[in-house]
Design a protein around this ligand. Structure first.
Ligand SMILES: [Zn+2]
Length: 349
C-alpha cells in the first residue's frame, strides 16, 4: 500500500488527504480531433483507493474506438511496456477513430509488485468483472473499467503475459461466442491477422447475466468484439514479446482501417480451439524439463512433485496431446492449482 499511496499522491499533485474529494470518477471523452488527453480516474471505498490511468488518442477522422488495457495483472510487464511505446508512437493526425489506452490497470499491484492480487483487498482483478459500484476496491476498479472503457469500445483488447511464476508461450485469443456471430467473426479475423504464431479459441457458454469474471470475457458477453494477447513470461520483460504485442496492435489497427502500416500481412497462426488443464494432485516442489511451447503426447510424463524433503509424492502426466500453452515455471505448487494448460485442435462440426 505504501508505494501506491505515494504514487497516487504524486500523480494528483496534492496532499493525499485532499485527494478523495477531487478524484475524477468519469472519463472526459469529449476531446478535440487530432489530439490526446491523459486522465487519471479513481475509485475509493473510503479506506482504499485505486487509480486508473487512461490515455485517449483521438484521430483526425471519425472511426472505431479501439481500447487497449495492460496491467490488469500488475506483475505482467511486456504488455505494460508495449503500451508505453504505442502511446509514444501513434500520430493522431494519421489515426482514424479513437484509441483508449490503459497502460497500467492495476497500479496497486504494479507498484506493490504483487502477483495476480491487489494488495489492498487480496482480490484478483481479472476474476471480479463486471465489478460492483459498492464493492471492494478491486470490484470498484472493475466496475470503473466496465463503465468507462469497455462500454465505449468497438474493439476491446486485454493484454496479459505469464506472471512471475508462469512459463508461457505467446498467443492471441478470443471467445467463440455464437450469440454474436458478427463480433465473433471480427474477433477471429483480427486474431488471425495479429501476427502471433498461435491462436487460442476459448469456448463460450456464459448466460447473459452470469458474471464473466474476466475483463475480455465480459466484453464478449456484452456483444463487443473482444480479444486478448498473452506474451512474455516469468515476470520478465522479454523484448521479443514486447515487439510481438506491438506488432499485433499495429496489425489490428491496420485491419480496422484505423492506422497505416507498412508491415506485410502476417503468416497465419496455428489454431488451437480446445484447452486441457492439468491440476496439481499435491502441494510440494514441481520439477519438469519441459517448457511452454513444447509439444507433448498423450500419457507423456511432464514432471514430478516432491515434498519439501525431496521425496517424490506424485508424477504429472499429460492426459492430452497438444502444445503446452503455459505451465508453472517456478518450484512451488499447491494442490488443485493448474500445473499446465495444453492447447490442441479438435474438428468443429
Ligand atoms: Zn494476466
Amino acid at each position: 500500500m505504501k508505494y501506491f499511496t505515494l504514487f497516487l499522491s504524486a500523480v494528483l499533485s496534492m496532499p493525499i488527504s485532499d485527494a478523495a474529494a477531487q478524484l475524477a470518477e468519469k472519463l472526459d471523452f469529449n476531446i478535440q480531433s487530432a489530439s490526446t488527453s491523459e486522465q487519471v480516474l479513481a475509485v475509493s471505498n473510503g479506506i482504499d483507493t485505486a487509480s486508473l490511468p487512461v490515455k485517449i488518442i483521438r484521430g483526425k477522422m471519425d472511426g472505431p474506438v479501439f481500447s487497449i488495457v495492460a496491467g490488469i495483472h500488475g506483475y505482467e510487464y511486456p504488455p505494460i511496456m508495449a503500451t508505453q511505446q504505442i502511446m509514444a508512437e501513434i500520430d493522431p493526425d494519421k489515426l482514424k477513430g479513437t484509441l483508449l489506452i490503459v497502460p497500467v490497470a492495476n497500479t496497486a499491484a504494479f507498484f506493490g509488485r504483487t502477483v495476480f492480487y491487489n494488495p489492498a483487498d487480496g482480490k484478483n482483478l481479472n476474476r471480479v468483472f463486471p465489478g460492483k459500484p459498492e464493492g471492494t476496491v478491486s470490484e470498484r476498479l472493475a466496475h470503473l473499467i466496465t463503465t468507462q472503457i469497455i462500454v465505449r469500445s468497438t474493439v476491446f483488447l486485454d493484454v496479459h503475459a505469464g506472471d512471475a511464476g508462469e512459463d508461457l508461450t505467446d498467443f492471441v485469443c478470443y471467445y467463440d461466442n455464437q450469440n454474436t456471430p458478427e463480433q465473433t467473426a471480427l474477433a477471429s479475423r483480427l486474431a488471425e491477422r495479429a501476427g502471433f504464431p498461435l491462436l487460442v479459441v476459448y469456448p463460450f457458454n456464459l448466460s447473459k447475466t452470469e458474471p464473466a469474471e474476466y475483463a475480455f470475457k465480459h466484453a464478449t458477453q456484452q456483444g463487443i468484439t473482444a480479444l486478448s494477447m498473452e506474451a512474455g513470461k516469468l515476470g520478465g520483460v522479454q523484448h521479443k514479446s514486447v515487439q510481438r504485442i506491438k506488432t499485433g496492435i499495429y496489425n489490428i489497427l491496420r485491419e480496422l482501417g484505423m492506422y497505416p502500416s507498412a508491415d506485410k500481412p502476417a503468416p497465419r497462426p496455428v489454431i488451437l480451439n480446445r484447452q486441457h488443464y492439468i491440476k496439481s494432485p499435491e502441494k510440494g516442489i514441481f520439477y519438469s524439463d519441459l517448457k511452454s511451447g513444447d509439444t507433448v503426447s498423450k500419457g507423456q510424463k511432464i514432471g514430478m512433485i516432491t515434498d519439501v524433503f525431496g521425496k517424490i509424492i506424485a508424477d504429472v502426466n499429460a492426459e492430452q496431446a497438444g502444445i503446452i500453452l503455459y505451465k508453472i515455471g517456478t518450484p512451488p505448487v499447491n494442490k488443485g492449482e493448474t500445473v499446465l494448460c495444453i492447447g490442441y485442435h479438435a474438428r468443429v462440426k
